[in-house]
Design a protein around this ligand. Structure first.
Ligand SMILES: CSC[C@@H](O)[C@@H](O)C(=O)COP(=O)(O)O
Length: 363
């Protein structure tokens, strides 16, 4: 996607041949700046501190993290240790495990002296594949938006999204936002309701930033506004991303997604989830088995922002001394999901729907 006329991906190999660059998402929307990762620890830290975030991008960063580890030490032991370190960074997004397993399956049989080049090449391929996958998700989701647009008596197609599942959460295009970008590019009148997505505000900070940079009409709303807007007929469809989808179509996504799905169900608003095949955990059938990340209480009790001079400020918003809980994801049961938008097409959120699109997984 373009920022100020320049096309960017969210991650790319450095020109020195020994580093990886990322867009530092902890500085957005105020500062657009790249950060340089030179070591395994840099890559792991970037995932833990959420300089990079979003399920597909976490996977891509882990793949490059393995390459950085091998640059320092291409031995079997170093490879296994690096995989362990990266796997421990965040628990919910299964793309992390997918990318690490994909890399290990190719790198373990290789001789240490060929591993480094192989690792860099495969990490690059994972990124390229992610871009094409998201582009396909966009085309399949576009057809759904077009259908809704055709059935409307004028006015924009109002789409509600939660958290950030745009190009910043992937290598490019995004998952939930890819269909929206394609609809906008095609001249369809779209308007996006952007859930602010407390406590880290990925909606207000990142989704709004992306949509604004691309010129897509949008409005930021507080997380609790969605149900009200749906009751008033002001939401035509919801599209969200996911960090892990079970083989039966239960969907883990940013905390608050489940409540939006309940409100959508109650108001007959279609609720779609966009995902690449790498986000499906074929080993799980019950969404209650998905590990849910518990994050620090300070994300709930304090708000971070910028003052007029661009400095970071933290403001305490909670009663001093009150404890806080911070589950980062929730699970929306398949029965509340209208359809899954994948790179292979749209299917029902069910075991039958998913195995129909990915028959090789059943073998
Ligand atoms: C295409 S990304 C899908 C999800 O990863 C996204 O919706 C989300 O919940 C991101 O959570 P985050 O905690 O910001 O990594």
């Amino acid at each position: 996607m373009q920022i100020n006329g320049t096309a960017y991906r969210t991650i790319w190999p450095g020109e020195d041949g020994a580093s990886v660059e990322i867009i530092d998402q902890t500085l957005l929307p105020h500062v657009f700046e790249a950060a340089v990762l030179r070591t395994l620890d840099d890559a792991a830290r970037a995932i833990v501190t959420m300089q990079v975030r979003g399920a597909p991008l976490i996977g891509a960063t882990a793949a490059y993290g393995l390459w950085l580890a091998l640059l320092a030490d291409p031995s079997d032991e170093a490879l296994d240790r690096a995989a362990e370190v990266l796997l421990a960074t965040r628990p919910t997004a299964v793309n992390l495990r997918w990318a690490i397993n994909d890399m290990l399956a190719r790198l373990r049989p290789a001789a240490p002296d060929t591993r480094v080049a192989m690792a860099k090449a495969r990490a690059g391929e994972i990124c390229d594949e992610d871009v094409e996958t998201c582009r396909s998700i966009g085309s399949h989701g576009l057809a759904l938006i077009e259908k809704i647009a055709a059935g409307k008596q004028g006015g924009p197609v109002n789409i509600l999204t939660h958290c950030n599942a745009g190009w910043l959460a992937t290598v490019d295009w995004g998952t939930a936002l890819a269909p929206i970008y394609m609809a906008f590019n095609k001249g369809i009148d779209v308007h996006v309701w952007v859930d602010e997505t407390r406590p880290r505000n990925q909606g207000a900070a990142l989704t709004a930033y992306e949509l604004g940079a691309h010129g897509v009409p949008h409005r930021i709303i507080v997380d609790n506004a969605g149900g009200h807007l749906m009751q008033r007929g002001q939401v035509d469809m919801c599209i969200v991303g996911t960090d892990r989808t079970t083989a039966s179509g239960d969907v883990a996504n940013k905390i608050g997604t489940y409540l939006k799905a309940l409100a959508a169900h109650d108001n007959d608003v279609p609720f779609y989830v966009a995902l690449p095949g790498t986000t499906i955990d074929w080993t799980l059938h019950d969404g209650r088995d998905i590990p849910i990340e518990e994050r620090g209480a300070e994300e709930v009790t304090r708000m971070a922002g910028r003052d007029g001079r661009g400095g970071v400020v933290h403001v305490d918003i909670a009663a001093p001394g009150s404890p806080a809980g911070n589950p980062a994801f929730d699970v929306t049961p398949a029965r509340l999901v209208t359809g899954l938008i994948t790179e292979r097409g749209v299917c029902a959120a069910s075991a039958e729907g998913l195995s129909g699109l990915y028959p090789e997984q059943g073998r």
